[in-house]
Design a protein around this ligand. Sequence first.
Ligand SMILES: [Zn+2]
Length: 124
Amino acid sequence: MQCSAKIYNSGGWGRFYPCKKKAVGDTVFCKIHNPEYIKAKTEAKEDKWRAEWKVKRAYIELQNTAVRACKEINPDNPLAVAKSLAKMYEALKVAHRELLHAQWEDGLDQIEAALALAEAHNET
Ligand SMILES: [Zn+2]
């Protein structure tokens, strides 16, 4: 039996034409026109979109929080605060690299050393 779905030909004459694929199993639809398949596919797409939006929203929230924090620290020049935080971020990145080779109890020393290193690096 042929699939009973009608496909809209948007590129041509704007008419519906029947799907030429064979119906699968005891359904009257081919694989891609099966309502169960379409539903599952739509839900998967929505789940992916929701997950992506969640990450995006968390990122925006993080950005807003950072901006608010910078304004709280220095309302006249939040950008200066943001720039100093970028230095801190770089320092922590160096510290993290160092920590991978260090014992946890050495962590604070490593962070201090990394901060000094990053500061020296930024001054040159
Ligand atoms: Zn079909």
